[in-house]
Write a protein that binds this ligand. Structure first.
Ligand code: NAD
Ligand code: DAU
Length: 323
């Protein structure tokens, strides 16, 4: 069995591949363009069951070759950062929409038997009260989430129209090691470790549900191996926190005070809250997050403390981009 995993030089895809390689299992082909967000340092490249191919998911010829060799596809590749989609949305449409369609077409023609499309809780838009189940209206707010919702609909259309076995996952905010230091947790932790300020958007009242990346990856694996074709599965973490509460925990974990927090202008169109109802994944697949947030966060902070060589060059590159 060969599993083609896209975007696995990034944060979540690489955690998924490392998890699959820890025990016996399929051979894995990674297809990743190595954008600013991808790093070969995230993958055990010398593993005998892993092949890495650098390329774009929009390259139909390359995709045709790789999908003809693959039994399953797990599709993580995306432009993933909301703030970048606000300053420029075109790469989001090209990769998230056109790239996903190219991959779906390749999977269909190549005879792939299962295609897992990794999506996000952001497709439901802000959920001011209660939680969104899989039937909830899609009301994406940012160019990022609109591009992800488009790709979800394309994936489900390939199931409906062509009978391709597509399964869609929608998860909440992931945290853990190897996350690019532009997302709030690694950005704040690395700023604090460097003695810098952290930029809290608006009043810090926006709420996110935090999910350890390894719990997410177990959820994806349950969907790949036990999920049903044409179905959507929410994957949640069970820890809802306002950004202010999260910042308090990060300050504590890094031994810093509130004077290190700078209140900055709010993100445009900032969704107030996400909250997914993941009872379908629990009841059908036995999914349950295992990581306790406080200890998961402490381990994550320790990882960033011990891996400066991983994140310092990435932060330098981002600083150069903005210079
Ligand atoms: P990431 O930004 O860390 O990694 C994305 C990877 O995709 C990178 O390795 C990049 O090089 C690759 N890539 C980008 N464009 C490509 C292209 N055109 N062709 C091939 N490769 C390309 O992203 P992440 O945080 O690991 O997110 C992975 C997936 O999970 C995404 O689909 C994202 O929408 C979804 N998701 C992420 C979160 C989160 O909290 N990070 C939560 C919910 C859903
Ligand atoms: O909900 C799932 C989504 O989570 C994924 O689909 C996205 O790929 C992922 O990037 C993430 O999106 P968010 O926008 O929620 O994550 P981010 O880390 O960018 O921001 C988390 C919260 O922190 C959000 O309310 C904005 C706030 N924030 C963020 C940054 C970068 C700040 O206050 N300051 C910051 O500097």
């Amino acid at each position: 069995m060969n599993v083609l995993v896209t975007g696995a030089a990034g944060f979540i895809g690489s955690a998924y591949v490392r998890m699959l390689l820890r025990s016996d299992g399929p051979t894995i082909t990674v297809l990743d363009k190595l954008t600013y967000a991808g790093s070969l340092d995230n993958l055990p490249l010398d593993h005998p069951r892993l092949e890495f191919v650098q390329g774009d998911i929009r390259d139909a010829e390359l995709v045709a070759k790789l999908t003809s060799q693959a039994d399953h596809v797990v599709h993580f590749a995306a432009e993933s950062h909301v703030d970048r989609s606000i300053s420029g949305a075109s790469d989001f449409v090209l990769t998230n929409v056109v790239g996903t369609q190219t991959l779906l077409e390749g999977a269909l023609r190549g005879g792939v038997s299962t295609f897992v499309h990794i999506s996000t809780d952001e497709v439901y838009g802000s959920v001011d009260s209660g939680s969104s189940d899989e039937e909830y209206l899609l009301r994406p707010s940012s160019p990022y989430s609109a591009s992800k919702a488009s790709s979800d609909l394309l994936a489900l259309a390939y199931h409906h129209t062509h009978g391709l076995d597509v399964r869609v996952t929608r998860c909440s905010n992931n945290y853990g090691p190897h996350q690019f230091p532009e997302k709030v947790i690694p950005l704040f932790v690395t700023n604090l470790l460097d003695g810098h300020q952290v930029p809290l958007y608006g009043e810090g009242l926006n709420v996110r549900d935090w999910l350890h990346v390894d719990d997410h990856c177990r959820g994806v694996e349950l969907v790949r191996t036990q999920g049903r074709p044409g179905e959507v599965y929410n994957i949640g973490g069970g820890t809802e926190l306002s950004n202010k509460e999260l910042t308090g925990l990060l300050l504590e974990a890094c031994g810093a005070d509130w004077d290190r927090v700078t209140h900055v202008a709010d993100r445009k169109g900032h969704d107030l809250r996400y909250s997914v109802d993941w009872s379908k994944a629990r009841e059908e697949l036995g999914y349950r997050p295992r990581h306790d947030f406080r200890s998961g966060l402490a381990e994550t902070v320790d990882w960033y403390r011990a891996h400066r060589a991983w994140w310092e060059p990435l932060k330098r590159r981002v600083a150069e981009e903005h210079a």
